[in-house]
Design a protein around this ligand. Structure first.
Ligand code: 5GP
Length: 250
């Protein structure tokens, strides 16, 4: 289903962004495209767009209820979300509660090590450079965010983690790690932007001890484990329990 929209403003790997009816809003269409390893691996996964749209909407509403500002306005259709227009900060914030993924490939830290407090890393958002890890010195050299903005970004990201860890635990999921993108709206507010979904979070089923079976996120696609959509569907079913009818914004 396509809904009325303005010009295509941007097409990313998993979403298209269109001009909205109001200047302050844009429309996000969630695609079925799955990509990994900086789009070297690609597939079409039926229903992924709808599931990620619904999961993200619910999680944005959970954050909103806890007073965390996000770009989310509401759902316009199954794969369409209305969000505030923001200036995207070219930094990806990754929070890790348990060591896995690139942290274990790049350091001697053992898989599964609990990280308390969560490890927070900033990456430069640039696909052509492979989203490189930013050191303090590189961040200062690039001048992409001021030190004051960096403090606000880190506080916001840690607050998101503090809300999402217990939320997921309640529905039997462990929030292993996740990536956030942030933006600044017309009023100068810092907001959580982009999406929060099994594409951007690692989620393990707490009731399952098997190291592969418990994976309910994009690692199923990255590692060719199969059952990707079934896993996303399971996350959606559980998350929806907390937010059965996301706000309609059509
Ligand atoms: P890692 O650095 O271990 O590959 O990823 C850490 C976490 O951030 C994982 O939950 C992963 O899904 C997420 N993440 C990091 N970079 C990206 C990215 O460019 N795209 C997406 N979708 N997720 C990312």
């Amino acid at each position: 289903m396509t809904i009325p929209h303005g010009d295509l403003l941007y097409e990313g790997k998993a979403k298209r962004i269109y001009a909205g009816a109001e200047d302050k809003q844009v429309l996000v269409e969630f695609k079925n495209d799955a990509t990994a390893f900086n789009a070297q691996k690609k597939a079409q996964l039926d229903d992924k767009g709808r599931l990620n749209c619904r999961i993200s909407a619910c999680l944005f509403e959970v954050l909103e209820r806890e007073g965390i500002p996000t770009h989310y306005c509401g759902i316009a259709a199954e794969t369409w979300m209305v969000v505030q227009r923001v200036e995207v900060i070219p930094v990806e914030v990754v929070l890790r509660n348990i060591a896995t993924g690139s942290l274990c490939r790049e350091t001697p830290i053992a898989q599964g090590t609990p990280l308390e407090p969560a490890l927070l890393d900033l990456y430069f958002k640039d696909d052509s450079l492979g989203d490189p890890l930013l050191t303090d010195a590189r961040l200062a050299l690039l001048g992409v965010v001021s030190s004051e903005m960096r403090e606000r970004i880190e506080l916001l990201a840690r607050n998101v983690n503090a809300v999402l860890i217990p939320f997921f635990r309640e529905i039997g999921l462990q929030l292993v790690d996740f990536k956030l993108e942030l933006g600044i709206n017309a009023a100068g507010e810092l907001l959580v932007a982009d999406e929060i979904s099994p594409d951007t979070c690692r989620l393990w089923d707490l009731s399952c001890l098997d190291a592969e079976e418990r994976i309910l996120d994009k690692d199923r696609f990255r590692k060719d484990l199969g059952g990707v959509i079934e896993a996303y569907g399971e996350v959606c079913k559980r998350v929806q329990g907390a937010c059965p009818t996301p706000r309609n914004c059509s």
